[in-house]
Write a protein that binds this ligand. Structure first.
Ligand SMILES: C[S@@+](CC[C@H](N)C(=O)[O-])C[C@H]1O[C@@H](n2cnc3c(N)ncnc32)[C@H](O)[C@@H]1O
Length: 256
């Protein structure tokens, strides 16, 4: 059954601009948490030099992705694979880029931890990990993201809009650097993380630093500051509303 997430149709052209540039020299993209499969079809169709591998852990999402894929009939869109980010081994042999859209905030902190650790195991040196969603910067975010954060936490106290400082600490621990922060409509951002040369920054489990967010089940301080930031110019230009409609309709994949 094909599921439909309206937000994908609003954000995909803005994401495409970033992906076209950052993935220009890439061949094999692993998409984590592909959801309905709409992004996978759109990016495979528009970035024909890439082989796009969609994945998700939710059975309804997997069915939807396959339905969209079958209809599109794109030669560079691989059959979907079941992948739970938290699994100790990912069922993917090779990728030279990882893309993850709107997962990090709708999951416990152990999920971004597993995302960076898994991407570090998979990706070659200098490969990008691209994440998209709402973020805090030094504890601050736009009022619309604060409202989104409150709605997420009301659904599950372990979810929430993550701070780029905490993600950067996680990235550094797992061997990534934050290369680029691209403002997007509706106060979202695309973050481009770059894998350092192998062996740099990947600490064995017993050597991990202590502190907030250092352990998978310990979320970092969700709100370092209550001060909101002003909406980005893109938000006013586009007139977009926050992506509150991210949660799928009942018959379609839920987010947990
Ligand atoms: C809000 S949806 C985003 C889907 C899609 N990327 C988009 O932007 O429309 C979050 C997705 O993450 C998936 N997900 C949640 N936890 C996951 C995990 N631990 N591993 C893999 N996927 C997960 C859910 O099944 C869901 O499809």
């Amino acid at each position: 059954m094909k599921c439909h997430a309206p937000a994908t149709e609003r954000n995909r052209v803005f994401l495409l601009e970033v992906l076209r540039r950052v993935l220009s020299d890439r061949r094999e993209v692993l998409e984590i948490a592909s959801g309905t499969g709409q992004h996978a079809v759109f990016f495979a169709a528009t970035l024909a030099h890439l082989r796009w591998q969609p994945t998700d852990r939710d059975p309804a999402a997997l069915a939807s992705i396959e339905a969209w894929r079958a209809e599109a009939g794109l030669p560079n869109l691989a059959p979907v694979r079941a992948l739970d980010v938290g699994a100790p081994r990912w069922p993917v042999e090779y990728a030279d880029a990882v893309v993850c859209i709107n997962l990090i905030q709708i999951a416990p902190w152990s999920v971004p931890v597993a995302l960076f650790e898994g991407a570090a195991r998979l990706l070659p040196a200098a490969a990008p990990l691209i994440s998209y969603g709402p973020y805090r910067f030094g504890g601050r975010t736009a009022p619309s993201n604060d409202a989104f954060d409150a709605s997420l936490r009301a659904q599950d106290a372990s979810w929430g809009v993550r701070d780029v400082d905490d993600l950067t600490a996680l990235a550094q621990r797992t061997g990534f650097e934050l290369e680029e922060v691209v403002p997007m409509p509706a106060n979202n951002h695309t973050l481009v993380w770059r894998r350092r040369p192998q062996g740099q920054g990947t600490l064995p489990a017993q050597a991990r630093p202590e502190g907030p967010g250092a352990r998978p089940n310990e979320p970092p301080n969700p709100r370092k500051s209550a001060r909101p930031i002003t909406p980005s110019p893109l938000e006013s230009i586009s007139g977009f509303q926050p992506e509150l409609a991210l949660v799928f309709p009942k018959a379609c994949p839920r987010v947990r």
